[in-house]
Design a protein around this ligand. Structure first.
Ligand code: UD1
Ligand code: CA
Length: 451
């Protein structure tokens, strides 16, 4: 039997933020979401989240979380030991193991937690904790061992003597307790320390039978207490994501200049040029070439799409499309195969049929374009009358001349030609030429006739 508790009640004073620390984002997911995700393979009987500082906000953000946490309120926040004391009531009848995770240690792998749990269960210890040797252990609790290598006690950095501080074995803040034994010692914690708080780490000496597991990959146990550590973790996470995708067949020309999100998936033989950023949920198909300099958010690209110096947000792009440079695809832009979107073109909430081209300086909004439509430079769908949005429809094979304004609602049939500089307010039937501009006036030899 396994219960998991995530400590997420602290304020995170050192972050200097209005957001609770555990809601700070890292590669698009909050710290606490990441901690919970690292437990996904452990299938615990109970998942408890200890909340306190801005508890309503933390609860609201995690209400829909798939692991369905039980929220336990810690009020006031009197230390990590006090936080776990709040479990005495909800876990009164629980007889299994309790895995305690710090809500601000977001890069743990589930394999590491599984190994910790196994070693704890095999050892029969009252508690087994994750430790690491850090070159710079500043800020972390130091772990002291006895002659047999068992953990004797943990002393917080601020409570250590200078000599004790030279110990580089640190407490990662991840513990596996045998709950019935922890139940016995939790009420005995005292606040006799520099912060005047109840420390969970003090239970280790009280339990008298503690083991530890050293982690090899130090990135896993990085705790986040300030913005500098947040940035370091972001860097480590990005490096992990890039390595994962390189191993899966993605090429990066300049990996360090690109950032990915957890929920971006790539096919094979994707080439990512420098300065490309992926956010939210993206699917990038086989053989796509992205960049340089592009930002892609919540978009789906089929295979062999090329995107250069462009911004895509909520777009769906079919195979072999060419986007950019300097194109902007906004939510509900849906492009069929072989569409071309060129420089300074914005597309919003519009469907473009196969082989259509919008190559220069256009706004296409609330529109439906058939196949092989050629939109001339500077064509605008005037979709907004100041109150409501209206639709523009353009049939297969139609062409708009440069600088056309199509005042919606308007329908252009198939094979229509719109003369350059036209402002159209009325529908145009199939095969027609539509002109909506002032006739050219000519005055012969006008220059010579001026006084
Ligand atoms: C803690 C450990 C330290 C360890 C380090 C690893 C203690 C006393 N110290 O120190 O040995 O090296 O983690 O990262 O446990 N929290 C609550 N309620 C509280 C206080 C904190 O829920 O009253 C939560 C915080 O939201 C946070 C976690 O507990 O997620 C750790 O708290 P923090 O204050 O960051 O502990 P550290 O000083 O980092
Ligand atoms: Ca911490």
């Amino acid at each position: 039997m396994l219960a998991i508790a995530v400590l997420a009640a602290g304020k995170g004073t050192r972050m200097k933020s209005d957001r609770p620390k555990v809601l700070q984002p890292l590669a698009g997911a909050t710290l606490v979401e990441r901690v919970m995700a690292s437990t996904a393979t452990l299938s615990p009987e109970r998942m408890l989240l200890i909340v306190g500082h801005q508890a309503e906000r933390v609860e609201a953000e995690l209400q829909q979380h798939p692991s369905k946490p039980e929220f336990v309120l810690q009020q006031p926040q009197n230390g990590t030991g006090h936080a776990v004391q709040q479990l005495l009531a909800p876990l009164a009848d629980f007889g299994g193991d309790l895995l305690v995770l710090n809500g601000d240690v977001p890069l743990l792998r589930s394999e590491t937690l599984e190994a910790l749990l196994n070693s704890h269960r095999n050892s029969g210890n009252a508690v087994t904790l994750l430790t690491a040797h850090l070159e710079d252990p500043t800020g972390y609790g130091r772990v002291f061992l006895d002659a047999d290598g068992a953990v004797q006690e943990i002393i917080e950095h601020r409570d250590c003597s200078d000599e004790q501080r030279s110990n580089t074995l640190i407490n990662a803040g991840i513990y596996c307790f045998h709950w019935p034994r922890l139940q016995q010692v939790l009420p005995k914690l005292s606040s006799d320390n520099d912060q005047g708080e109840l420390y969970l780490t003090d239970t280790v000496a009280l339990l008298g039978s503690a083991g530890h597991q050293i982690v090899d990959d130090l990135s896993e146990i990085s705790g986040i207490n300030n913005r500098a550590q947040l940035a370091q973790c972001e860097g480590m996470l990005q490096e992990r994501l890039r390595q994962q995708w390189m191993a899966a067949g993605v090429s990066f020309i300049d990996p360090a200049s690109c950032t990915l999100s957890e929920h971006t998936r790539f096919g094979r033989d994707v080439i990512i040029e420098p300065q490309c950023h992926f956010r939210g949920n993206n699917t990038i198909g086989d053989g796509c070439r992205i960049g340089p300099g592009s930002l892609i958010t919540d978009s789906t690209l089929e295979h062999d799409v090329h995107v250069v110096l462009s911004m895509l947000n909520g777009a769906t792009v079919s195979s072999s499309c060419r986007i950019g440079p300097y194109a902007h695809l906004r939510p509900e832009a849906v492009l069929a195969r072989d569409v071309r979107i060129g420089n300074f073109v914005e597309v919003k909430k519009s469907q473009l049929g196969e082989g259509s081209k919008v190559n220069h300086l256009s706004y296409i909004g609330d529109a439906e374009l058939g196949c092989h439509v050629n939109v001339g430079a500077g064509t605008i769908t005037a979709n907004y009358d100041g109150v409501s949005k209206h639709r523009t429809t353009i049939g297969d094979g139609s062409k708009t001349g440069a600088n056309s304004v199509l005042v919606a609602p308007i329908k252009l049939g198939r094979n229509v030609t719109v003369g350059a500089g036209s402002t159209l307010t009325k529908d145009v039937p199939d095969n027609a030429l539509a002109l909506g501009r002032a006739r050219q006036l000519l005055k012969q030899d006008w220059a010579g006739s001026r006084p």
